[in-house]
Design a binder for this molecule. Structure first.
Ligand SMILES: N[C@@H](CCC(=O)N[C@@H](CS)C(=O)NCC(=O)O)C(=O)O
Length: 202
């Protein structure tokens, strides 16, 4: 398997999950400024015309895109690890609910804050929206060790990555105590530390 990623962006969540699963894979670093990989030798658009990461290339050559799907695919390969609930269970729908929340309400609202073309007053609207969503999440995390309850799941890997962006674009999450405790727990996982190391982020 080949895993296409770029340091620190949303692909880091799938990277963490691959390491949680202890599945063998070749990390393929993509330069998102030039949309090339293999040190500029190969055109990433030829592989993924949408140009974004993450992308997982399976042993038979099939390509899987979209982080929430990749994380669930990887989790399903190692059911004994328990990082995704079983298909058909109510818990699985709860996981998908959380992944959709992180993707559409957090991840995609952070995007404009990274865009230098975005006017400051528009950025302020996204900033407010993100803080509002984190306020709701903070209440949800009351008496929960992880996003899904007592156990780590792929949703925690995704949340961890999105929260890290707050430090880069000036979204201060320190007042959210439940969230901070959760992030602290996630950060201690070997999978997280390994992925951060490989991506050159520590
Ligand atoms: N819907 C995609 C979005 C992935 C995405 O937004 N990737 C960003 C990094 S966080 C990216 O690669 N951007 C570079 C580009 O679009 O050229 C997913 O959830 O996997």
């Amino acid at each position: 398997m080949k895993f296409y990623y770029s340091p620190g962006v949303c692909s880091l969540a799938s990277h963490i999950v691959l390491r949680e699963a202890a599945m063998p894979f070749a990390p393929m670093r993509v330069d998102l400024r030039t949309h090339t990989f293999n040190n500029g030798a190969d055109d990433y658009y030829a592989l993924n015309p949408r140009g974004y990461v993450p992308l997982l290339e399976l042993a038979d050559g099939q390509l899987l895109s979209e982080g929430p799907l990749i994380m669930q695919y990887v989790g399903d390969q190692v059911p004994e690890k328990g990082i995704v609930p079983a298909w058909g269970s109510m818990e699985r729908y709860r996981l998908i609910e959380r992944l959709a929340f992180i993707s559409s309400e957090l991840h995609k609202n952070f995007g404009p804050l990274f865009d230098p073309r975005m006017p400051q007053d528009v950025k302020a609207i996204y900033h407010e929206r993100i803080c509002d969503r984190f306020g709701w999440l903070e209440q949800q995390l009351n008496r929960r060790d992880y996003m899904m309850g007592a156990k780590f799941s792929v949703a925690d890997a995704y949340l961890f990555v999105v929260c890290n962006w707050g430090k880069i674009v000036g979204v201060d999450l320190t007042a959210f105590e439940n969230l901070q405790s959760l992030l602290g727990r996630i950060a201690t996982r070997p999978s997280v530390q390994e992925a951060l190391q490989v991506e050159g982020l520590v």
